[in-house]
Design a protein around this ligand. Sequence first.
Ligand code: VAH
Length: 315
Amino acid sequence: MKKILLTGALGQIGTELTDKLRKTYGTDNVIATDIRENDSHVVKDGLFEILDVTDAAAMAEIAQKHKVDTIIHLAALLSATAEAKPLLAWNLNMGGLVNALEVSREQNCQFFTPSSIGAFGPITPKSLTPQDTIQRPTTMYGVNKVAGELLCDYYYHKFGLDTRGLRFPGLISYVAPPGGGTTDYAVEIYYEAIEKGSYTSYIDKGTYMDMMYMPDALNAIVNLMEADPAKLKHRNSFNVTAMSIEPEMVAAEIRKHIPSFTLDYNVDPVRQSIADSWPDSIDATAAKEEWGFEAEYDLEKMTKDMLTKLEEKKA
Ligand code: VAH
């Protein structure tokens, strides 16, 4: 039975992944950690430890104390925050990753950390971006993600560490709001459709980006980690996606449920320039062929579920 240390457990992915891992592997086999604590189910419903991932000794101590055999490292600053605080992003995103890889190596843990479509840049082919292609990102977040992919590959080839990772698109969830991302508009639009019946997007119309509903992202993490290693030709950077969308498409889908919904724009040049440097769509063939990746939710099914669940939360 796996014994999992999860960093960044109070973040957008971590909040829901903690629940899924506890249900899948048993509550006592998941040690959720984050730099602070709160009164959420993540802290109250199972094992939780405060951990600053830049503190290598503290991470090693928690891993040893709980005798973990798997580390899922999520703690990181996202693209927009990283662009505003590039040196902090480098220190946290890369320092935290090196610490998690070293603890995994020293304690022979299976390892997962997410990459992102942000690992691609403006000279990458923008449509159906291949699994293996040029990566010259122009953001600090993208530099962190490319370096992270290469570092995780290095730990696999050099030390035999079982490292695995996914290039996530924008993730959409009704549970924990994102923070500091470029794709956050695709979450905010649903919340504000329910709250105000309108949304002002900081990303311009016609700006296509890959997105995925959180349940599909959580399944992808567990399925990749459970995949037969003999079938993996790639390790730390599988392209995964469910849809390539732009704001007007989301608005049209919302109007099927809230006919009066209105969308207008106040474009944020910083996050727009980040979005413009990313692919319009990526090719997930390798993930499908090597470990059976499939997304269950398209825009229509996700929109129906998001609006239903947000209405329930509001009630
Ligand atoms: C961000 N949500 O916007 C993250 C993600 C592909 C986007 O990496 O920074």
